[in-house]
Design a protein. Structure first.
Length: 369
């Protein structure tokens, strides 16, 4: 063998050893005799609805490119006197993107968030695999899933964030390895729904939990809602069985919140004016954002200078129809809305559509003399 060939062979061997050592050091290790599953790398923002192509100004506020940098979270817990384990690798850049999202949305929209669909699907598949390996029943699968959620550490928003109330998306709760009652209830709702269970959120004056559909064979606390029996399910603290209501919440009113995908539009606008002794002209810059969990269809933005008579306006303008995906926003600028000087008016902005929860916003009443 020639000298150059020997050097090449030696180099290949060295590279092979380095690659082996690198792969070995990045492979999570598991204890023996523990039911376990390691999920694949999970970019946080995949399999998502995209904004429709349009000649209008639709801006996506979600970056769907994963950074390729991951952190590993290994979750160990006990159920039915056995040890279980799931390992997740979560995208760090995706986590940072979640932190930029508005918290001004209903709790159920955190649970139905489409940007967590891939993660919830992979976890549900993993739990189903574990349940089949142990020959668990359908009800035992639900108990296994909620025992996982109950095992997460309780962390207060005021301690872990700058806010007294900071609801987390399921991705954030898993990345942060815990949360408060809203966070674990949101995560539990998303997980159980992905597993095919009918659930609702239970809102109490100072607490949140889950309601899971159950029949009369399940004893304990339940709520009848729209003809369905939902048993109370605590998500904070371990070993809470279905139907067991903690003593401190007995007698408190429970509000049932359905968890469903739906678009919700929110408005923000700014306005400037120019006027003389005869005329006033207003320019309005409106931004409408979909903070819901489903694409808004045939959505429009309406802008008007309202008079004190709610049936009349000085001037008005309406946008074209748009499709607005979750977290996307639409900018609608209107110039030279006219009103006579000296007359009272206010800016009125409304966003609506075929399948959306609409929103409206207005300015103070103004009179230019």
């Amino acid at each position: 063998m020639r000298r150059g060939q020997v050097q090449l062979a030696f180099l290949l061997v060295v590279l092979g050893v380095i690659l082996f050592l690198f792969l070995s050091s990045n492979t999570p290790t598991f204890s023996k005799n523990i039911d376990q599953v390691q999920l694949p790398n999970i970019p946080s923002l995949t399999n998502l609805p995209k904004a429709s192509e349009s000649n209008l100004t639709v801006v996506s506020s979600i970056d769907t490119n994963a950074s390729g940098e991951f952190v590993t979270r290994v979750f160990d817990w006990e159920y039915d006197n056995k040890k279980w384990q799931i390992s997740l690798r979560l995208d760090t850049e995706g986590y940072a993107t979640y932190g930029k999202r508005s918290r001004l949305r209903d709790y159920d929209l955190f649970a139905s968030d489409p940007y967590d669909d891939k993660l919830m699907s992979d976890i549900a598949l993993a739990l189903n695999d574990l349940a089949q390996q142990r020959d668990l029943s359908r009800s035992e699968l639900a108990e296994l899933a909620i025992s996982f959620v109950q095992s997460l550490p309780y962390t207060s928003d005021s301690v872990t964030t700058p806010f007294d109330e900071y609801p987390r998306f399921p991705y954030e709760t898993l990345y942060d390895d815990g949360g408060d009652c809203e966070d674990t209830s949101i995560l539990g709702a998303a997980m159980l729904q992905e597993l095919g269970f009918n659930i609702v959120l239970f809102e109490l004056p100072s607490h949140m939990a889950l309601g899971v559909e159950c029949d009369a064979s399940v004893k304990g606390h339940y709520v009848d809602y729209k003809g369905t029996r939902y048993c109370y399910l605590e998500t904070t603290g371990e070993n809470w069985p279905i139907g067991k209501l903690p003593d401190e919440y007995k007698g408190q009113q429970i509000t049932v919140v359905e968890v469903e995908k739906r678009p919700v539009l929110k408005i923000d606008f700014k306005s400037v004016y120019r006027y003389n002794s005869v005329d006033l002209y207003a320019t309005v810059n409106a931004v409408v954002k979909n903070v819901g969990s489903e694409t808004a269809h045939d959505a429009k933005v309406y802008v008007a200078l309202q008079t004190s008579d709610p049936e009349k306006v000085w001037a008005q303008s309406e946008s074209k129809s748009i499709e607005l995906a979750p977290e996307d926003q639409y900018k609608y600028d209107v110039t030279d809305l006219h009103a006579p000087a000296g007359e009272t008016f206010r800016i009125y902005v409304r966003a609506y559509g075929d399948n959306v929860v609409e929103d409206e916003s207005y300015s103070e009443w103004i009179t230019w003399n």
